[in-house]
Each structure stands twice: as C-alpha cells, then as structure tokens.
Design a protein around this ligand. Structure first.
Ligand code: AMP
Length: 228
C-alpha cells in the first residue's frame, strides 16, 4: 500500500523518457506531473523577454538558473490541492536544486517519498533523442519517434505537424548528455545516501515502466536515512 499523497522524483538522462513515464504514472495514481522543461517551453511560446532568455539557454543545451527554476516549482506547487500527489519530471537537475527541494516541498507540507532513476545507456538515449520529433496538433503537442510508424500515422491523422526540438539537434544532444553526466548524475549517489533512490530499467515502454515503478515502491518503500 502506497502512502498518499505520493511524491516521486524522476531522474535520468535526456531521452530516458521522464515525461512519458511521468504521464503514464499519473494515469495510474492520483498525481500531477510537474515538468519543468514543458513549463519553460510554455514560457518560450509566449514570446516574453524571459522566454527569449530561456530559449537561448535551452536551445544551447544548457540549464536555466537555479533561482528561475525554483520560482517555477514554487508557483506550480502553490496551485495544487493538498490531496494531490506530485511527480517531478526535470527537477532537481543538480545538487544545489536537490538541496533546495525539501525546503520548497516543506512550504506545502510535502516530502519526497522516492527518487526513481530511469536507467538507460547513453547509446539508447542518443538513438531516442536523435529520432525524436514533436507532433504539434491543434490541441496538443507530444513526442513521437521516427522509427514508430503507428505514432507517425496517429500524428498525421490528427493533422499534426512534425517538428524537431532545437535542443534535439545532434551537437546539442551530445552537450546535454555531457551536462547530465557532470551536473545531474551526482544526484544518484546523493539520493542513494539518503535512502530514497530506486532504479528502474527504462528501456521498456512507458506504461510498463510506470507499473514497474509502483511495484518497486510498494515492495521496497524508500526509507529516508536519518538526518545527521
Ligand atoms: P526537459 O524537457 O526536461 O528535457 O528540459 C528541457 C530543458 O529545460 C533542459 O535541457 C534545461 O535547459 C531546462 N530545464 C528543465 N528543467 C530544469 C532544471 N531543473 N534546471 C535547469 N534547467 C532546466
């Protein structure tokens, strides 16, 4: 039995499928996905000065500032009902953000229940991101893969337009993976030490992975290490 509301952090390299797995998890449990990347892309779409600054960083494969992203997270948590669980997709991405997270959640009387590492090798991440396109329909935007004819057909049937995310250009993908290994991968040891880390093989499809996550959290609930 999982406690509710449940708070799960998803970490993993770009291309691990954090967003798709987050959506699949939210369909199984009463949780809202907070996807910092999607929120930032929303700000870019408004054409604001802030959006232009964000676009410059994201398109280069770099992170936005910790302050900026913290404001995004606080604003998102502020509009949620207390009973609503949270899946964090894309935050934290470095040790400073990980250190800030408990304090941010505490403002809303929330705590992290588990951190799930979506494990894939870099070679799989490269293949996934290299073939990723965004299908933009009049009502929604979602990722499809060039090697998935069914998804491409669905996109066409919805009058969707295929675009490539600027940060999915080959040289930017390589840079994002390097930034991941330098800044985000240290979170694995950090959360391991805190007793919160659970690892899941992320090579299967999102629905399967979502079930695997719930199963691992039910059979091996995270036991936070005592604060020293
Ligand atoms: P994603 O959609 O999660 O791949 O995020 C796309 C981009 O948004 C990242 O490459 C970063 O530039 C930016 N971003 C998302 N979340 C964060 C974060 N927690 N800290 C800094 N930058 C972020």
């Amino acid at each position: 039995m999982l406690r509710t509301p449940l708070h799960i952090v998803l970490i993993g390299p770009p291309g691990a499928g954090k967003s798709s797995v987050g959506q699949a998890l939210a369909a199984l449990e009463d949780m809202t996905v907070i996807s910092t990347g999607a929120i930032l892309r929303g700000e870019i779409k408004t054409g604001s000065l802030l959006g232009q600054e964000i676009a410059r960083l994201i398109d280069a494969g770099d992170f936005v500032t910790d302050d900026m992203i913290q404001q995004v997270l606080v604003a998102q948590c502020g509009v949620l009902a207390a009973s609503q669980g949270i899946i964090l997709d894309g935050y934290p991405r470095n040790l400073a953000q990980a250190a800030a997270l408990p304090g941010i959640l505490a403002q809303f009387t929330r705590t992290i229940d588990a951190v799930v590492m979506l494990d894939i090798p870099d070679s799989t991440a490269l293949t996934r991101l290299g073939g990723r396109r965004m299908c933009i329909t009049p009502t929604e935007t979602y990722p499809v893969h060039l090697a998935d004819p069914a998804a491409l057909a669905l996109c066409a049937a919805q009058n969707g337009v295929l675009t490539i995310r600027p940060d999915d250009a080959p040289d930017i993908i390589a840079h994002r993976l390097a930034v991941y290994h330098r800044s985000t991968a240290p979170l694995i040891a950090f959360y391991q030490q805190h007793g919160l880390l659970r690892r899941v093989d992320a090579s299967a499809d999102p629905e399967f992975i979502a079930h695997a996550i719930l199963s691992v959290l039910t059979t091996h609930p995270a036991v936070p290490a005592p604060r020293r």
